[in-house]
Design a protein around this ligand. Structure first.
Ligand code: TNX
Length: 520
């Protein structure tokens, strides 16, 4: 037969064609990254992640392998690729993906990273592991949205070429979840952590106790969960985390470079504890469990020694399973505690927290007491005096102004979930403010960062959580991370709108605000 080419010639040609496939021109500056990176230079080409792409690590960098595996696990369902991870000491000569720590990049800090993408290589480097992990989230957003799918997709998996150098503006970027008013199980909390991590947030504040429920096992006071954890708002069955459950949450968060900050709200918001142990009550009698939504009616007996034994036991057990440096002691809305008793209580609790090797956070109401310099005050309501008092004492502020940062505020008057005591909070209002100008007299050097609380009086399921949190959380992530001079709602809303398919592929039950130009 008179064939033009024999089989081996065809194969050689095919290999040449595949390896010479011209990269699709792509414009990195047109990608819709959230949070917006610090600096970005586009080079007009693209890197094609194929089934043959490998990830190279440099030998002996502990922890990098786990991040590479997170990335390969993440892309596996949609791409079907089993990306090979290899260690090499010739990193710079390899085609493909390289992931490594670089001790010369200390200027990037703990969470900054550098990404350099050409048609042949994708290089992610950082000073610390957290930086690599944040950079992986950028890689994630540079891939097509259907990378988020759990089902096999066709690709191609091209990333626009260029260079990104990126560091966070604020070190504290968090979200709170109230698991006391309604309880959420470990799987729900993991989902919440995944959503935070996708947008480079680094703090999960768990509001573990309140009038309606005590949600963390304390071995020396077992009735707290046995009785105090047995119900929730509306009278449902409630629930609690064993210490092993909590440790599992902490571990899962750590893998995503998210720090868990546990809150035990005191001396008010304590009905569940008071119902569980009569001796914590001033009159020595236990109240009934409470399943309504009023606030400000309960208080620990601040002049009984047993109260401080209780606080010490709780803080000690919690500190032992909390690797993060902070314990949150609540301190809000203690309307049933006399002011002088409240001050004495906060002073003593601050000492207890320190004696157990941790630093204290409290809602800014705690600034009535004498705050240590390493205590953080979380600003939440419109009484700015609380935050200004804390700053006067050299304490730093976590910004959570209810009118702007409360994920449990309704978007508008027909929103089926949430409250509106601090006003309605549409997605534009939630984004269009700055941390350093929201309270007069408090500037950047006084602020550690931002936190968006989600109180759960009206929130019962993970779908409910997602509806209130998305898309506002994405904006909070940007407010904490990015520092771009041209920040504006009009620019941001377009970028946000382009995350529609991504949200859908991630299975997020988001609020499709009419103010956002959503685009497939
Ligand atoms: C006020 S904000 C509270 C919470 C409520 C919340 C509802 C704060 C420190 N305390 O007890 O759940 O309002 O938005």
């Amino acid at each position: 037969m008179n064939r033009l080419f024999n089989l081996s010639q065809v194969l050689i040609l095919a290999v040449i064609l595949i390896s010479c496939k011209t990269p699709t021109p792509k414009d990195l500056s047109k990608e819709n990254l959230i949070p917006k990176p610090t600096s970005l230079i586009a080079t007009g080409s693209s890197f094609d992640w194929t089934a043959r792409t490998r990830i190279y690590l440099s030998a002996e960098q502990e922890g990098v392998q786990a991040i590479a595996e997170y990335l390969t696990d993440f892309i596996a369902p949609a791409t079907g690729f089993e990306t090979e991870i290899k260690t090499t000491n010739k990193l710079s000569s390899k085609r493909g993906i390289a992931l490594f720590l670089n001790k010369d990049l200390s200027a990037l800090g703990d969470e900054g990273y550098k990404l350099n993408i050409t048609d042949k290589r994708l290089v992610l480097e950082a000073y610390q592991l957290a930086g690599l992990f944040r950079g992986v989230q950028t890689i994630r957003q540079l891939l097509p949205s259907c990378i988020e799918s759990k089902d096999l997709q066709t690709g191609p998996w091209e990333l626009a070429s260029g260079t990104i150098e990126d560091t966070p503006n604020y070190e504290y970027r968090g979200a709170m979840l109230d698991v006391a008013r309604h309880f959420f199980d470990v799987a729900d909390v993991k989902r919440y952590i995944d959503l935070l991590a996708a947008y480079k947030m680094n703090i999960l504040h768990l509001h573990l106790t309140d009038d309606q429920g005590w949600r963390i096992e304390i071995k020396s006071w077992p009735n707290l969960t046995k009785h105090g954890g047995s119900t929730q708002v509306g009278g449902g069955e409630g629930g609690f985390y064993t210490q092993a459950d909590y440790s599992e949450i902490v571990r899962y968060a750590q893998e995503r470079f998210v720090t868990v900050i546990p809150e035990i709200d005191m001396p008010g918001h304590t009905n569940a504890a008071l119902a569980s142990y009569a001796e914590l009550n001033a009159n020595g009698k236990s109240p009934s469990l409470y399943t309504g939504t009023r606030v400000g009616f309960s208080t620990l007996a601040t002049d009984k020694e047993i109260t401080y034994k209780f606080v010490d036991d709780v803080v000690r057990e919690l500190a032992a399973i909390t690797p993060g440096e902070y314990i949150h002691i609540g301190g809000d809305e203690s309307d049933a505690t006399k002011k002088k008793d409240y001050i004495k209580f906060v002073d003593r609790v601050q000492e207890i927290v320190h004696a157990n090797g941790k630093k204290m956070i409290g809602w800014a109401d705690i600034s009535a007491a004498k705050l240590n310099e390493n205590t953080l005050a979380q600003f939440w309501h419109t009484r700015t005096k609380t935050a200004l008092n804390a700053v006067k004492q050299n304490a730093k502020i976590i910004m959570s102004p209810a009118t702007r940062a409360y994920n449990d505020m309704q978007y508008n008057s027909i929103c089926p979930l949430g409250l509106h005591w601090a006003g309605y909070l549409e997605v534009d209002k939630a984004y269009d403010w700055t941390l350093e100008t929201i309270v007069e007299g408090i500037s950047k050097e006084n602020i550690v960062g931002i936190e968006a609380p989600l109180w759960s009086e009206t929130v019962e399921t993970i779908d409910d959580i997602e509806y209130l949190v998305f898309p506002r959380l994405v904006g909070y992530a940007e407010l904490g991370w990015s520092n771009h001079a041209d920040k504006s709602w009009d620019e941001y809303k377009v970028r946000l709108g382009k995350h529609k398919t991504r949200f859908e592929q991630m299975g997020i039950n988001y609020y499709p605000s009419p103010l956002v130009p959503w685009e497939d």
